[in-house]
Design a binder for this molecule. Sequence first.
Ligand code: NOJ
Length: 554
Amino acid sequence: MVYCFFFLAVKRMQRGFLFVNRTWWKETVVYQVYWRSFFDSDGDGYGDLEGVIQKLDYIQDLGAGVIWLNPCYESPDVDNGYDISDYYSVMEKAGDMNTLERLIRETHRRGMKLMMDVVLNHTSDQHPWFIDARSSKQSKYRDYYIWRDKPNNWRSYFTPSAWEFDEATEQYYFHSFAVQQPDLNWDNPELRQEMYRMLRFWLDKGVDGFRLDAIALLAKQENFPDSDEPENLSYLTNNPKLHDYLREMNEEVFSKYDIFTVGEAGFTTPEQGLLYVDERRRELNTIFHFQVLDEMPTWDLRRFQTIQTNWYETLKGRGWNSQFLNNHDHTRLVTRYGDDTRYRAESAKAFATMIHTLPGVPYIYQGEEIGMTGVRFDSIDDYHDVAMKNKYYEEVGKGHDPKDVFESLVKLSRDNSRTPMQWSSALNAGFSTGTPWIKVNPNYTSVNVEEDLKRPDSIYRYYQALIRLRKQYGVIVYGDFATIPYSDADVYVYTRRLGTERILVIVNFSLYEKRLAPIAEIALDKAQLLIGNYPEVAQPDTFRPFEARVYHLA
Ligand code: NOJ
């Protein structure tokens, strides 16, 4: 009996210990910079690293602590930098190594950190390893990639087959994305050492962490069995040996530095997610799981709540989560999940309130903080997204009506989130004095930074206030999370609690006013309102369209 009590007490202490294990990255807010669409400093139509430096004060003023910089390594740019041909140099469009080093220094000088985006699953087909590997079966680099005599029936993310026949050596190579992005063979220990060396190179330059692209794909299924459901790409992810590689990577590299890591992990359940982020396993700090963005095409609060709760309960006391609702691969949140017309500002703020008060590290994708919206171009020729274009030509090739195919792809095209950052109502939204590489969203004349900075009630100012609040109230970062079951399917009610401190969050995710029934004996009129997205609260129990409030409970 005594033993049992002791055991439980130790268990509780261990859990408690993890929760109070405070680290800088748990307390931060990450701002994602898709540099090619951020700010063009030299008028060539592409954003660049110098442009990022010039806008660092803007990011600092917002309150973000970490910048996630999308890949800027040497690349033929078939997939906007996710096809790397040299991990040790900077793409000309982005700038050069000196500018990148200056960006790191300037970020640090402002008390912020910089996280690089690194692609470990594949290289470009123009990488010298691949050029050599495909030249002969005897190449020293042949085994850095994956070759077979016969393809299986798997799809890749971007093409109908994951295999490409290579004439020179009459074998097929494996690619999880475009044909120009051959997958690396992580079974090869020399390849792994090459990658660790490269990661150390960047950490020794002073970068503060990595966003690890497509990390769930590193390990492949042995013998590549055919799939009964080739359209369901989950066979590409979470395969045996993945966690061996991650543990080794952590031991060889990450554990030697005070850094932050976030892995991109599609098709990952909470149980699988825990394997990456369980602090005792020493692999990654956090992951992005895509149970929301990949499986919830339109807003579904009930489903969202279930996903949040499952992840929270599974990771609780053991690992840390991430909170985000858009990025460079996913349509902007006000367009996809909110209302990008009448309630653009209200819905942008409502989702922000939630992202910044749920447990996990919040991410802001550039332009989200001013409520930038998705876009609709007239023709497929205006789009650049390789995923969208490949799918378009694949479907049209099958004989489908080009207009229907176009319509089916427009809403979720990755270009929705890749249009230039809207700085002002000047030419090209103040992004570039040249011709932007991708068209500007025509609504820049009203939706832009300059406008938001002028207005005390703007979306930008609201994000600033949310970030300040997070810094002020440790409970928002470290508090336990509990959903208050609520009968209205559009209203999310939850609390965070740390010791005696408790906050209550209520968000109405609908276009209609909602009169709330009493919530678990909480008297809203007596609670202290910390932040809300409407100017004043006349009736505490009435929530207007997309109204969100955060209360401090005594
Ligand atoms: C995920 C990246 O976010 C996406 O932009 C890219 O196309 C694929 N990984 C392939 O690297």
